[in-house]
Design a binder for this molecule. Structure first.
Ligand code: SF4
Length: 343
């Protein structure tokens, strides 16, 4: 389509979103905003971005911070590997933020989409961004029904995106297509009558708007059953730091017993007795549902009072009740503690 870019940029001139990372040329700030937006909606990421860059305004301040502090600033945002990768990547930048596409792509946690966004926004390099918004816009306007989550689909969309890119204005063009996907050509049923592409859009003309883009794989959701136990021992409670190989790596939480089924009696289970002995816990918060991208977690919270002499088991540490909020907690743990009036 010959005038694709001019239609898009004219639409953008009217509808451009005012965001704190827009019209910014500092690659560091663009990087932080793009990592936050990888799995987070703009409305939710907005305040996180402002708080994060206020505390860590440049590569050096982020590199010098502790991982615990970085995670604390990420608390509640989810996908915590993003924060750990940002921290590690900042520590790897010995000579400041990299300035070539290849070096940017080599940063921990940066894929092709993010590298294209950083290099086009900060350095005006001609790399087209291809994300979910772009798949949707291109699939509909050009009537492409190759599944976007296959190798062939990915190649097809990225070739087309690169061909359409306005190399004179790569930053504006990339931001325009993402905003167009987020505001005009939205998932579900967009308002096609008000769309500047409506006369050319193949999906609209053939009645296939809601069928495009095509995806083959459905995300498999598994259920897990978490039973948190809040310890009361004098004026202290126990926490532990989650390990590698599971969700919420390096975040903190009260002792947790996981069961395979919701019916299993965790209070008489061996893991419970190993940690708490024969002291019974009392249910404080009934099971609530917590949805993650690939998991549905059912979690409850009980409370157990322990004698002062009982030793803190290996893997846990005692903290005063008032200091729990200083630790980076998952949103689920925050929710449970708040419901029980413990945070
Ligand atoms: S006409 Fe509808 S489907 Fe086509 S690009 Fe516009 S909003 Fe998207």
């Amino acid at each position: 389509m010959k005038d694709f870019s001019s239609i898009l940029l004219s639409w953008y001139a009217v509808h451009k979103r005012a965001l704190p990372w827009r019209d910014v040329k500092d690659p560091y700030l663009i990087w932080i905003s793009e990592i936050i937006l990888q799995q987070t909606r703009v409305a939710q990421g907005y305040d996180y971005f402002l708080r994060f860059v206020k505390r860590f305004p440049n590569v050096q301040s982020l590199a010098e911070a502790s991982q615990d502090e970085v995670l604390k600033y990420w608390e509640g945002l989810g996908y915590y590997s993003r924060a750990r990768n940002l921290h590690k990547a900042a520590q790897s930048m010995k000579e400041g933020f990299p300035s070539s596409y290849r070096q940017v792509l080599a940063l921990k946690g940066v894929g092709e989409y993010t590298a294209a966004a950083i290099c086009s926004f900060a350095y005006q390099m001609p790399y087209a961004v291809v994300d979910g918004n772009v798949y949707r816009v291109l699939a509909r306007i050009f009537g492409i029904d190759i599944p976007s989550d296959t190798a062939a689909g990915k190649k097809c969309f990225s070739n087309l995106a690169q061909k359409l890119l306005d190399t004179r204005r790569p930053a504006d063009y990339n931001q325009a297509i993402m905003d167009f996907g987020a505001l005009q050509c939205i998932p579900g049923q967009p308002d096609c009558k008000k769309c500047p592409f409506s006369r050319r859009c193949i999906a609209y003309k053939t009645g296939h708007v809601t069928q495009l883009p095509v995806k083959t794989q459905k995300t498999k959701i598994t259920s897990r059953y978490f039973h948190y136990v809040y310890v009361k021992q004098g004026n202290k409670t126990w926490l532990h730091q989650r390990g590698a190989g599971d969700i919420w790596q390096n975040l903190y939480e009260p002792p947790l017993i996981e069961t395979k089924t919701p019916q299993q009696d965790y209070l008489s289970s061996q893991p419970y007795q190993k940690i708490f002995g024969r002291h019974p816990a009392v249910l404080k918060v009934a099971p609530l549902k917590h949805q993650l991208s690939h998991r549905l977690i059912y979690a409850d919270l009980s409370e157990v009072t322990l004698p002062p002499a009982q030793a803190v088991p290996k893997g846990f540490f005692a903290v005063p009740f008032s200091e729990v909020r200083k630790y980076a907690l998952s949103r689920l743990v925050q929710k449970l503690l708040q419901k029980a009036g413990l945070l």
